[in-house]
Design a protein around this ligand. Structure first.
Ligand code: SAH
Length: 359
């Protein structure tokens, strides 16, 4: 009776133990498999030398470890590396390695494309092609850690690649549990940041999770009218509701919510915007990360001058809000925020997308 092989990459440790037991194999092999796959970066059962030869042969018959396949890599002059990864069904995603920020950081995707359609983001132009599975989300970390030689070293993870993590809630949280396993990469939730446009039911669920990543909210505007134009989900989840969910969000000692704010020249970068932002954030343990727009063809906004960014930042700092200006990394290879896009989107022809990629 030939049945579908079990995909180890999609399973949390207890699920893998069950899968082994159901096939008459000792549960403790799950820990061994986790160590090989996550700590050593190996997926070929033949190379797992602490398993008997007979067991390796059986595993090869009944189990697989599917892993996103690296199809190309671009290296930026600043050390940023952008990986194009192909999934089992041929769909492609992008993941980015950003060195020394001051830590090593992997920026990974949660969806192929994105349904949020933010007006300044290239991924939004693709539309949503599909959700990633937990194994595909965690698999990006395996691939990047192996490619950068960081399997044995600490690194941070930001869920800031393609997609909206709270729009693919279950797979995203499952991936975090897989990555957290002490028999695998053992990544602390303090090293993980989940960035969201602010899907309120998702925020409320997240607030009750035992495994709680750091939270970043993509705010980008200070009035509902302005935000609904830039971030369409605001029509459903307006600023007041998002900030209310943030006020209720349980934070560990000394931790804060990051508010990301893409600065668009002449649109949301005035001193009045800065002062409104201060008022909106009152009562929230917040820090603000200003992201001067990374311009791209097809994006109808411009990057403000450094002077405008500095003036905005100064207003926040004067009101005792911690503020940083995000340096754009990997712009020369289109690896910067909002620049991740691969072919196959629904909203553009292949030729249009190629033009975007090559420009
Ligand atoms: N959907 C989630 C996760 C993606 S994070 C979210 O929106 O938070 C991607 C970050 O890059 C977001 O803060 C997004 O607003 C920002 N971004 C998107 N396009 C950008 C651009 N063209 N320039 C600078 N930052 C951009």
């Amino acid at each position: 009776m030939a049945s579908q092989p079990v995909n180890v990459a999609e399973l949390e440790l207890p699920e893998l133990e069950d899968a082994l037991a159901e096939r008459g194999k000792p549960r403790f092999h799950a820990r061994q498999l986790y160590r090989w796959v996550y700590r050593r970066g190996l997926t070929d059962f033949e190379l797992m030398t602490d398993l008997s030869r007979a067991m390796r042969t059986e595993l090869r018959r009944e189990f697989i470890v599917s892993t996103p396949r690296g199809v190309s890599e671009d290296r930026s002059l600043d050390g940023t590396r952008k990986f194009v990864l192909e999934l089992a069904d041929g769909r492609r995603i992008e993941s980015v390695f950003i060195p020394d920020t001051p830590s090593m950081t992997f920026c990974i995707s949660t969806q192929v494309g994105c349904a949020m359609s933010c007006g300044f983001c290239l991924t939004g132009k693709m539309g949503l092609l599909r959700n990633l599975t937990a194994g595909e989300i965690a698999g990006q970390v395996r691939v990047l850690a192996a490619a950068t030689g960081l399997l044995d070293f600490p690194f941070n993870i930001v869920l800031m690649g393609m997609g909206e993590p709270l729009h693919n809630y279950d797979a995203t949280l499952k991936a975090l549990r897989i990555l957290h396993s002490e028999h695998g990469l053992a990544i602390s939730p303090r090293r993980i940041t989940l960035s969201t446009v602010g899907i309120v039911p998702g925020l409320e669920r997240l607030a009750r999770e035992p495994l709680m990543p750091n939270l970043a909210i993509s705010l980008h505007a200070t009035t509902d009218e302005q935000r609904a134009k830039l971030v369409p989900p605001n029509k459903k989840y307006p600023l007041g509701d998002i900030l209310e969910a943030c006020r209720r969000f349980p934070l560990k000692k000394r931790s804060r919510i990051t508010f990301e704010y893409v600065m668009l020249d002449g649109v949301n970068d005035t001193p009045e915007d800065a002062r409104r932002l201060v008022r909106l954030l009152s009562g929230i343990k917040a820090k603000v990360n200003l992201i001067p727009l990374n311009p791209a063809p097809g994006i109808p906004y411009d990057r403000p001058s450094d002077a405008r960014v500095d003036r905005f930042a100064q207003i926040l700092a004067d009101r005792h809000i911690t503020v940083s200006v995000r340096k754009s990394r990997g712009q020369d290879i289109r690896a910067a925020c909002g620049q991740l896009i691969v072919e196959g989107g629904t909203k553009k022809t292949a030729a249009q997308q190629m033009a975007l990629l090559l420009n």
